[in-house]
Design a protein around this ligand. Structure first.
Ligand code: TXA
Ligand code: MG
Length: 311
């Protein structure tokens, strides 16, 4: 089985995984769902494959990528783990947590993946499709979110197709669960808030630091002030929208759409990018979003919304 050329999308299953593993082993790229967002995967040890990711995304090449591995034991062959990192890995892997760790000498990761840094961002995903592809390909997989650089992250396969065009093979396994990119932690500092919240990290580490919101020196492009941008202007913390605004509601604030009518921030995170895609494609000139409580995963939602609103 190979990906059909006219619409290279296959539903999750053995055929799709075998076809995708073959693409990966031949230095190609495949979009695959994870529990956070759809990723655009290539063999992390194959510089040409990794270059195809940057090319497909139109991504500035100084932005390093996350490496996905099937388990902690494999992660330890690629990077150094101290006690804190081991505790986090044992608590949250497989799952939506990425650890920035010192790269091991001879790990074989293409320098294009780390953008020449001596650290690597690494995670063990939980999603069945990404896990199956890791096992079948037998390679560590570099995978940024499967969208054109700076665009909205994809939580469904049609988002990938719309953003990356007709040629990229996609494994379709429906909507992703978390809907927000993984939390990134370096040491005890949160570089990017995500589904594993500061409170969850603090339960394991005792205390954690919040990274700077938009640092002068960008170590993670998720930190760029403007990122995840819809095409239309976006206004935040809106309870009463103007006539030309598409309001994305939350809780009691009702609009054209809602992140969660019952005011559940986890449901809101899972729906966020989907709602932004719908709003961008909607019939109004401007976008607005209701206030989201800034606690727990709400911090990560507001982080993404601030970037989406910055232009
Ligand atoms: O949920 C996710 O993390 C998704 C799925 C596909 O796994 N991936 C994702 O990748 O969001 P991407 O490339 O869109 O974001 C990777 C982030 C970037 O902000 C990048 O700069 C940061 O990880 N990063 C990668 N390597 C790093 C390193 N060595 N030090 C600091 N940040 C790093
Ligand atoms: Mg991204």
């Amino acid at each position: 089985m190979t990906f059909p050329p006219e619409d290279p999308t296959l539903p999750f299953g053995l055929d799709a995984i075998r076809a995708a593993a073959s693409v990966i082993r031949n230095g190609g790229i495949v979009a695959v769902p994870t529990e956070t967002v759809y990723g655009l995967a290539a063999d992390a040890t194959d510089a040409k494959g990794v270059a195809r990711i940057y090319a497909a995304k139109g991504r500035p090449s100084f932005n390093p990528l996350i490496v996905h591995v099937p388990d902690l034991a494999t992660a330890q062959t690629l990077a150094e783990f101290d006690d804190d990192a081991l505790a986090l890995a044992r608590a949250f892997w497989p799952g939506p947590l990425t650890l920035v760790r010192p790269l091991k000498a001879g790990a074989g990761i293409a320098s294009l993946v780390t953008a020449g840094l001596d650290t690597v961002a690494i995670r063990v995903p939980r999603h069945r499709a990404m896990q199956a592809l890791l096992m079948e390909s037998g390679r560590p997989l570099a995978a940024p979110s499967a969208n054109a650089s700076g665009g909205i992250s994809p939580t469904r396969s049609p988002h990938v197709r719309a953003s990356l065009g007709p040629d990229v093979p996609v494994i379709d396994d429906g909507a992703t669960e978390a809907g927000l990119e993984s939390t990134i932690v370096a040491g005890r500092t949160i570089l990017r808030p995500g589904p594993v919240t500061a409170a969850m990290l603090a339960q394991v580490l005792g205390d954690v630091e919040q990274g700077p919101q938009a640092p002068a020196i960008v170590t993670a492009p998720g930190q760029l002030a403007s990122h995840y941008a819809p095409r239309k202007p976006l206004r935040l913390n809106v309870t009463h929208a103007a006539a030309d605004e598409w309001l994305i509601g939350f809780g009691d604030v009702r609009g054209q759409d809602s992140l969660s009518e019952r005011g559940d921030p986890v449901e809101a995170a899972a729906r966020l990018f989907d709602a932004l895609h719908r709003a961008d494609a909607g019939d109004r000139a401007r976008l607005a979003v209701a206030p989201i409580p800034d606690e727990g995963i709400g911090e990560a939602i507001n982080d993404r919304l601030r970037r989406a609103a910055t232009r």
